[in-house]
Design a protein around this ligand. Structure first.
Ligand code: ARG
Length: 465
């Protein structure tokens, strides 16, 4: 089978090994629906400007749709000698329509065609990821009521630091994923520009209407410079970066929950449906989904790296190197979407071990900073208060007790003006209630934020709108 791109200039057939080496149909077949949509819009535009007749455009549209259905139904055959999805669809169209099919490629090239297909594909994929992130945020927000009142240690340097509400943890992840969603939306703006009409590199002498095609495909506008647009893969790299950051956020969450689910932490029970067993140790319930979420992040970072190196040093404009963008791009989306698909139900299905956590909150002097701030409110300079509380902690440590177990005399030895009211700021519950600042774990502040997240995510009955 000869490729439609092999013109009369060739006297020799392509070497079979070259066909195998240069093909992209094995991976770009995923673009078929977007290629068909772009071709139909292009044909309709050609009819509007009079380069083909309305009847021809209708015939092309109906035939491409029929071919699309056959692909959908798995009845379409692919051949490496036809190189890519664009050639496959055109060859099939010409096979069915003859000369009418031969008119479709008027005023366009595969260079602007592949860029357009890719933009359409990425636009849909960004929207899918956004929907998944929304579900994940909803799963975290829905936990806030369930875990109301549960206090957890917050860590810095993975050392116990201060007590926080569990909901404060959940909303921290919502914030990260909200920034990811805003990056997706921002990336989408630069994706949503039409490349079609740039033709091979310089535009065309034919009277095409680029705005018409852009409108039909739902693009916000047309790319201004034909030379730029056929080489531009910024939007692919941007999407890959946004995905990388999402994967990094998922990975840190996964790492935290892997730790929390250990016997050593004993904070969290993972849903058994999301765990796997060991082939030799019968007692094992392993957090493999979380581990692979963490592990698969490496692939996404690798995909971004591939794309960055791919475009480095390419002269204007289209170069065949760009064909290699697709495996990395598809893999980044597939990987992140697969992780997100499991993340939301895993978040919903896990259980905090409230009692076990509460029993161990007394360790680690989580109320020390609140005591220091109490002394500051009573007029001590911060450094003095910091030093005094440090000495009290050292004393409590020597005796193996909590700060609240020290007798009043110890507090008065540190600061003679203290009385029994000092015990009102000790213990994690008192410490949590003492917070007041905006963005802190103060219960009323967290409640206010939970309420505003519910509105933002459209959570009426617990489901995203
Ligand atoms: N398969 C090619 C790609 O993915 C399509 C564009 C080919 N253009 C060309 N002039 N050979 O980039």
């Amino acid at each position: 089978m000869t490729s439609p791109s092999r013109s009369g200039v060739f006297q020799q057939a392509t070497d079979r090994r070259v066909e195998r080496f240069t093909e992209s149909i094995s991976f770009d077949r995923r673009l078929y629906a977007h290629d068909i949509a772009a071709s139909i819009a292009h044909a309709q535009m050609l009819a509007t400007v009079g380069l083909i007749s309305e009847a021809e455009a209708r015939l092309i549209e109906a035939t491409l749709q029929a071919i699309g259905q056959e692909i959908e139904g798995g009845q379409f055959e692919y051949h490496v000698e036809l190189e890519d999805i664009h050639m496959h669809l055109e060859k099939e169209l010409v096979g069915r329509l003859g000369d009418v099919g031969r008119k479709l490629h008027t005023g366009r090239s595969r260079n602007d065609q592949v860029a357009t297909d890719l933009r359409l594909w990425v636009r849909d994929a960004l929207d899918r990821v956004d929907g998944r992130l929304l579900q994940l945020q909803a799963a975290f927000v829905n936990r806030c009521d369930r875990d109301a009142g549960v206090v957890l240690p917050a860590y810095t340097h993975l050392q116990r630091a201060q007590p926080v509400l569990a909901a404060h943890y959940w909303l921290a992840y919502c914030e990260k994923f909200e920034r990811d969603r805003s990056r997706l939306a921002d990336c989408r703006k630069r994706v949503n520009v039409c490349s079609l009409g740039a033709a091979a590199v310089a535009g065309t002498s034919l009277p095409i209407d680029r705005d018409d095609v852009a409108r039909r495909l739902g693009f916000a506008g047309v790319a201004a410079n034909s030379l730029d647009v056929s080489s531009d893969r910024d939007f692919v790299l941007e999407a890959a970066f946004v995905l990388t950051l999402i994967a990094e956020h998922l990975s840190t969450w996964a790492e935290e929950w892997i730790l929390w689910s250990t016997v050593e932490f004993n904070f969290l029970q993972l849903p058994q449906e999301f765990c796997t067993g060991s082939s030799i140790m019968p007692q094992k319930i392993n957090p493999d989904v979380l581990e692979l979420t963490r592990g698969k992040t490496a692939r996404v970072v690798g995909d971004l790296q591939t794309l960055l190196v791919l475009v480095k040093g390419l002269p204007l404009a289209y170069n065949r190197d760009l064909q290699e963008d697709k495996p990395a791009l598809f893999d980044a989306f597939d990987t992140v979407e697969a992780c997100l698909e499991l993340a939301a139900p895993l978040v919903a299905g896990a259980e905090l071990k409230g009692e076990a956590i509460a029993q161990r909150l007394d360790r680690g002097y989580l109320d020390a900073t609140t005591l220091m701030e109490y002394l500051i409110r009573r007029g001590l300079p911060q450094r003095t208060a910091h030093h005094l509380v440090g000495s009290l902690v050292a004393r409590a440590m020597q005796q193996g007790v909590r700060l609240s177990d020290l007798p009043l005399e110890d507090f008065r030895a540190a600061d003679a003006t203290l009385d029994e009211h000092v015990f009102g700021v000790l213990g994690v519950d008192n410490a949590v209630r003492a917070f007041v600042s905006c963005g802190s774990t103060a219960p009323q502040e967290v409640a206010r934020q939970v309420a505003s997240w519910r509105i933002k995510l459209g959570l009426c009955d617990g489901e995203p709108r």
